[in-house]
Design a protein around this ligand. Structure first.
Ligand SMILES: CC(C)(COP(=O)(O)OP(=O)(O)OC[C@H]1O[C@@H](n2cnc3c(N)ncnc32)[C@H](O)[C@@H]1OP(=O)(O)O)[C@@H](O)C(=O)NCCC(=O)NCCS
Length: 377
């Protein structure tokens, strides 16, 4: 295959974007009719995180015998503000692209189209939307994705991160677990903005501290309310369409607070499961206090999961506070479990977090810190 037969393009025409969504509806439209799926994608494109040109639709086009160009596969990128810490320097802002919706229609699969698209897109992303950045700043940018196709992306230099999560099964539950009285629900945008602001501030401090200590450069996607808008926006859009609870409605509880610790979560109405997106604890708290708060926040999350008739709740390993390990949280839960809710540490077979450092492997080595669920969109 010669590459002058192919071109990677940004899709700006509504009809072309729609064509790609009509194509990938079979993969990601579970439970929705086509119109609702197209509306879901329009809703996504209207959220705070996707504004200012942050969302780009890409397609690989192939030249046809009549000279026209035809879309063979497509993908999307979401430019996300990120933090970068290099030893001896203050924490800076950088760019990290989230990659999603990589899709080749079934009749085109296995012919290398996605490979050409990802190869070409990797090169483009090396300095895409980086006006004003120096060459050395560009060399510290990255792309991340959540693979549903195992290590397919390794060939494009994506490295895998830890895919373990703490998973709770509500299958044996009889009745609804009680929301713990000591825990306050997060229900307003103001609360989300406030708690995620504390998370970002502490993340900056922790990145600075860790890199000054071991010299390893670190990147983290900013965990602010704008970043979370994709997650909450999707849940609010899908609740009224897919909820198993009548009357179908949008969720109104987005997390919980206990003793200055908080958990933000997302109701995944398409997948029928509940997932934490961040669990925060101030660094001033000790292990015991954090374990206690995590336990109560998990109980609140299980009450929320049961409310929507979800059978699963999970917390990705990277979203736990640094004072506790995943084993300790599990052990603590098992001392006083919710009746009928079992927990285990589970390696996900899908949604594998992967990162690619632009312009080849970074010589000093950069780590994707906090590679948790909150960066997913
Ligand atoms: C994954 C996908 C984009 C690949 O598109 P493609 O144009 O066929 O890709 P290529 O021709 O470059 O590579 C094909 C290879 O993809 C890999 N692949 C495809 N589906 C896979 C899966 N479910 N698990 C693991 N690897 C997979 C295989 O290695 C395959 O090689 P084979 O043809 O020898 O079996 C396409 O299969 C697709 O759209 N799948 C459904 C949507 C999806 O899961 N997208 C990825 C989301 S992270």
């Amino acid at each position: 295959m010669t590459h002058d037969k192919y071109q990677l393009v940004n899709l700006t025409l509504k009809e072309e974007v729609r064509q790609c969504h009509e194509n990938n509806y079979t993969a990601w439209g579970k439970g929705l009719d086509l119109d609702d799926y197209l509306a879901r994608e329009q809703n996504f494109a209207s959220l705070p995180a996707t504004q200012d040109g942050n969302l780009t639709y890409w397609a690989l086009k192939e030249k046809q015998d009549d000279g026209s160009w035809k879309i063979m596969c497509s993908m999307e990128t979401l430019r996300r503000p990120a933090l970068l810490k290099v030893k001896g320097k203050p924490v800076e802002e950088t760019v990290c692209f989230g990659i999603g919706s990589v899709f080749t229609p079934p009749q085109n699969r296995g012919k290398g189209y996605a490979k050409i698209m990802l190869d070409q897109c990797s090169k483009r992303l090396d300095d895409w939307q980086m006006d004003g950045m120096s060459e050395s700043e560009k060399a510290k940018t990255s792309s991340v994705l959540w693979s549903d196709v195992n290590d397919y992306y390794k060939q494009f230099d994506y490295e895998l991160v830890d895919v373990r999560e703490l998973q709770f099964s509500l299958k044996g539950l009889e009745g609804a677990p009680e929301w713990p009285s000591e825990v306050e629900p997060i229900t307003t945008q103001d609360q989300i903005t406030k708690v995620s602001g504390r998370d970002e501030a502490q993340m900056r401090l922790a990145l600075d501290r860790d890199t000054e200590k071991d010299g390893i450069s670190r990147m983290a996607i900013v965990p602010n309310a704008v970043a979370h808008s994709t997650t909450f926006g999707r849940a609010k859009f899908l609740g009224p369409l897919l909820s198993k609870v009548e009357p179908k409605q949008a969720p109104s509880v987005f997390g919980a607070i206990h003793n200055e610790c908080f958990m933000l979560w997302t109701q995944d109405f398409a997948g029928g499961k509940h997932t934490a997106i961040r669990v925060f604890a101030p660094l001033s708290l000790d292990k015991h206090q954090v374990l206690e708060s995590c336990h109560l926040l998990i109980r609140a999350a299980l009450a929320e999961a049961a409310k929507w008739k979800f059978e699963k709740f999970s917390v990705w390993i990277q979203d736990l506070p640094e004072q506790v390990t995943i084993d300790e949280v599990l052990e603590h839960y098992n001392k006083n479990p919710v009746n009928g809710v079992s927990a285990q540490i589970y390696s996900r077979p899908d949604s594998w977090g992967m990162v690619r450092w632009h312009r080849g492997a970074h010589p000093g080595g950069i780590e994707w810190a906090y590679a948790g669920k909150y960066g997913w969109f």
